[in-house]
Design a protein around this ligand. Sequence first.
Ligand code: NDP
Ligand code: MG
Length: 390
Amino acid sequence: MRDNKIKIALLGATGSIGTQALDIISEHNDLFEVVLLSAHHNKELLHEQCLRFNPKFAVLTGPQFQQQKPSIGNPSITTTYYAQEDLLSLIVDPDVDLVLNSLVGFAGFHPTYTALKNNKKVALANKESLVVGGAIIKEVLSQTSGTLVPIDSEHSAMLQSLVGEDKDCIEEIIITASGGPFRNLSLEEMAHVTIEQALNHPNWSMGAKITIDSATMMNKGLEIIEAHWLFDIPIQKITPIVHPESIIHSMVTYIDGSTKAQLGPPDMKVPILYALSYPNRLDLHSSRMDWGKMHNLHFEPVDPKRFPCIQLAIDSVSLHVGGPAILNAANEIAVAHFLEGKIKYIDIPKIIEKSLNQISFNQSLDVESLMALDAETRDYARTICQHGSI
Ligand code: NDP
Ligand code: MG
């Protein structure tokens, strides 16, 4: 007989969100159970996690494992698979109630789409899913009983501020941004920043890609697109504001001038747990705000000259239906090259802008055309990164 625990497929278990999600699942192991864990390269950590959580399935998607097929977890309990396609077929297993997608980048799109198409509940950290294919995801949501709950802290704050409200009464969504490590740097200083400096986020400890996105503020641009699709709000009604303390995670202003916000210490476990328990709340052993000691919360506008990525993201939406997918693919390639020391930090927006100007897209957006557009943009962006024609 099936027990009442919520059975979770955790994609990207070895990452920053994935490991925190596992901590939460073990804190509430009377409510949640892991049935699938996936990783890309980190087979050692996946092995440890499988020994600890005994999932039915493990998936190791890195191409190098397809031949060697390393043993993961306890083989009498866990069956291990080695291909991206396996991930897609296993998340629709009847034993999976909820897919927690904490993959990074475009690789997360297909699992989100497949899970929703098969009527699963998705707790979504992988913002790129909505950035590249928001229109496709929205259509699937309207045709199936699949549901989507955000994990991104800003979107969790928006969701929490929207509970009990009428969508037509929203005047503006204010999405907060820490400003990242280069908030106070001049354009001249930005020309010389190092990989280590860019990876040193003041408030959050996250995976490398999102940490660089936070430094360029592309992360906020991606999140504006994410909010646009998630809450069906026009881009023009979503305003980014720099709030260096990362205490207010986002706000919603209503037509009567009232603003609702969600506040708390910067801790991703809060929105991860809310996505798993939504619309209810569960207890969490995490730090609390000491409001008696709280002195100041600061706010400042985003400077588009020093952080051009945010405007590129906003503009990509009105460019054409494939704009955000081009933006995302070019950004992923540029960030990867920056992390390998092959391009400069200030080259990242230039590569994205060139890609948006160069690549045209006159089709309707479906899964196939999206895959092709992503691949074409990656090829183009890789060429300009590698041949120094930035
Ligand atoms: P990490 O880089 O820390 O983790 C990514 C996970 O995905 C790892 O398990 C990694 O496996 C796996 N992975 C990487 N590439 C692939 C691929 N091509 N195919 C399949 N699996 C892959 O990322 P984060 O946890 O920081 O971020 C995950 C997502 O959540 C991103 O979309 C990010 O924007 C979003 N997010 C993250 C926040 C955070 O605090 N970290 C906050 C809000 C949103 P392996 O370890 O084996 O390489
Ligand atoms: Mg966020």
